[in-house]
Design a protein around this ligand. Structure first.
Ligand SMILES: C[S@@+](CC[C@H](N)C(=O)[O-])C[C@H]1O[C@@H](n2cnc3c(N)ncnc32)[C@H](O)[C@@H]1O
Length: 201
């Protein structure tokens, strides 16, 4: 996928923001540090929603999806960076891992929860953000929830909550809950937010 310069710059086919992250990180070292043991905050939060199924949208190396799978939850992981997906496949061959662009994916099924932990919204192409939200919304069960956590400090391409909520509204979703952390601290402004949207009624 991509032209020669993209192949020379890992992650450039995902976004400039993601290529910057990839350039600064040794994947093997990252993987050694960020195992599913570091995913319990996100996994606890997602599990507290009692999901019938979860799409980990932008799953990376499977940090969160592997932990959800370990807890017996029906989970699928999707990501556009095959280098990271390879780690995920190795760790949990029993999980369905899909190489897909969140902005255009058509997975042929829906999920009770579509989750985007780990700043996925900041690492996708800024112009594609509304399409990513719309595509995630299209993969929700009628009573499904879209859960996204991202930094508000402007790392890797700023995204405001107003912009994110506008994309959700355009996708037919409404805000159900907003926390400051994956431990579900109430949101009262601050540097990070976990937003939960469901179908607007
Ligand atoms: C910081 S990583 C987070 C990975 C994982 N969610 C976690 O919390 O460990 C951001 C991920 O978003 C993925 N991503 C960004 N834009 C994407 C897109 N349009 N389609 C699929 N994956 C995308 C990147 O490839 C990367 O794996």
């Amino acid at each position: 996928m991509g032209d020669e310069s993209e192949q020379a710059r890992p992650g450039a086919h995902v976004s400039e923001q993601w290529a910057g992250w990839r350039a600064a990180i040794d994947l093997a070292e990252y993987e050694a540090r960020f195992t599913h043991d570091t995913a319990h905050g996100e996994a606890d939060c997602l599990a507290s929603l009692h999901p019938r199924s979860v799409l980990d949208a932008g799953c990376g190396t499977g940090r969160v999806a592997v932990e959800l799978h370990r807890r017996g939850i029906d989970v699928v992981g999707a990501d556009l960076d095959d280098d990271l997906l390879q780690y995920a496949r190795r760790k949990a061959p029993g999980v369905t891992w899909v190489h897909a662009d969140l902005a255009t994916m058509r997975l042929g099924r829906t999920f009770h929860v579509v989750a985007m932990p780990g700043n996925v919204m900041l690492f996708c192409r800024p112009a594609d953000r509304p399409a990513v939200v719309a595509s995630c919304a299209a993969h929700l069960d009628p009573d499904g929830l879209l859960v996204a956590g991202f930094s508000l400090r402007g790392v890797a391409g700023e995204l405001t909550l107003d912009e994110y909520d506008a994309a959700a509204t355009a996708a037919g979703l409404t805000l159900v809950q907003r926390w400051a952390t994956w431990e579900r601290t109430p949101f009262a402004g601050g540097d990070y937010a976990v937003s939960v949207h469901g179908a607007a009624t």
